[in-house]
Ligand binder design. Structure first.
Ligand SMILES: [Zn+2]
Length: 353
């Protein structure tokens, strides 16, 4: 079966076409081939390929460059292909997350021969699986110059609302220690689980910040996500580990966030196990302001962690904005409203046309 994409189709039909090219993470070749074949013949684009990621750029020498990006992979198919339309809704795996956004980006790439800003379109693989295989991360390491820009829009599902930046996340293990003993003679030991009580008291009393960063209000959280300790049913435990997760706003760097957690648990043994930086929404940048004005609505803070932070690490402010509904992502009954896709395309054309 040919997987040719016709970029002159309306954006709803194009979304359905893309949805029907199965592209579970790690198996994106057919769709990547189709995207490359559709973009290569367009004379106004320079097309690059790295693995199953495609980067297409206008080179018009404009004063600003924006990046429009989307992942082409999906979570595993759950009996929800091929796609079908019912009552103005397009159902199927990847409709919302995020082939509707990919379809909009492809329509823009074909239609905008002389956009008001230079545009870099990025279609990448392996977003839905472990971070090390992420196609955008790979591109940022191998070809950072290809991703350069003043502002980036990641077309993840946001229900047509601009979601700025993203909160960072870090995990730490707070360990209390004691002395092992037989529980029949417990006075000979020191109970490490009992010693964890003040750690939990600190967490219970903790007041999370809700800082405003670049005009958007974030909401932090510091929580225990696991607790472990104990040797056997008749032993006083000599170690207890409370794993805490700190979700922090983008006015803190990862190092700031670590310093904060160390301070909160001052006097305790704290070990950081993993972390990912937050990303500022960057909505004060002129090119972002023009985007806000063209797209409209009231932007909100992105509380989860997304690939916008990858752009942020390259010094590119980034937002999420796409036609899908984030609450439907990864669900068997996933769908996208056709009118939302059309609306998103219209607003993006208004910004860059
Ligand atoms: Zn996604």
């Amino acid at each position: 079966m040919s997987t040719r994409l016709d970029l002159t189709q309306d954006v709803g039909a194009l979304t359905a076409r893309i949805v029907d090219v199965e592209s579970v993470s790690g198996d994106e070749k057919a769709l990547a081939d189709a995207v490359e074949e559709a973009l290569r013949p367009l004379p106004h684009l320079n097309v690059h390929r790295d693995g199953e990621a495609i980067v297409a750029r206008t080179e018009l020498g404009r004063g600003e460059r924006v990046v429009i990006a989307g992942h082409i992979d999906t979570v595993p198919v759950a009996g929800n292909l091929p796609s079908r339309v019912e009552g103005g809704l397009l159902y199927g795996c990847g409709t919302s997350d995020m082939k509707a956004g990919v379809a909009v980006a492809l329509k823009l790439a074909a239609a905008l021969r002389a956009p008001s800003r230079d545009v870099t379109y990025v279609f990448y693989d392996c977003e839905e699986i472990e971070a090390e295989r992420n196609g955008l991360l790979r591109l940022s390491r191998r070809h950072p110059a290809l991703l350069a820009g003043d502002f980036a829009v990641l077309m993840e599902p946001t229900d047509g609302v601009i979601e700025g930046g993203c909160q960072g996340t870090l995990r730490a293990q707070v360990t209390t220690r004691g002395k092992r003993a037989h529980s029949a003679r417990s006075w000979l030991g020191v109970n490490a689980v009992h010693a964890a009580e003040p750690v939990l008291a600190i967490l219970n009393a903790y007041r999370a910040r809700m800082p405003v960063v670049d005009g958007l209000e974030y909401h932090e959280g510091l929580n225990a996500v696991a607790i472990g300790g104990g040797v056997a049913g008749n032993v006083i435990p000599d170690e207890c580990v409370v794993t805490v997760n700190y979700r922090f706003a983008p006015d803190l760097s990862l190092e700031d966030a670590q310093a904060h957690v160390s301070e909160v648990f001052d006097g305790f043994e704290v070990r950081f196990t993993d972390g990912a930086a937050a990303a500022r929404p960057g909505l004060t940048h002129p090119v972002a302001a023009a985007f806000l004005e063209a797209v409209g609505g009231t932007p909100r803070a992105k509380l989860g962690w997304t690939d916008v932070s990858l752009f942020s690490s390259l010094g590119i402010p980034a937002v999420n904005y796409g036609p899908g509904d984030p609450n439907l992502a990864h669900q068997r009954g996933e769908y996208v409203a056709l009118e939302k896709i059309i609306d998103c395309e219209r607003r993006m054309l208004g910004w860059l046309g």
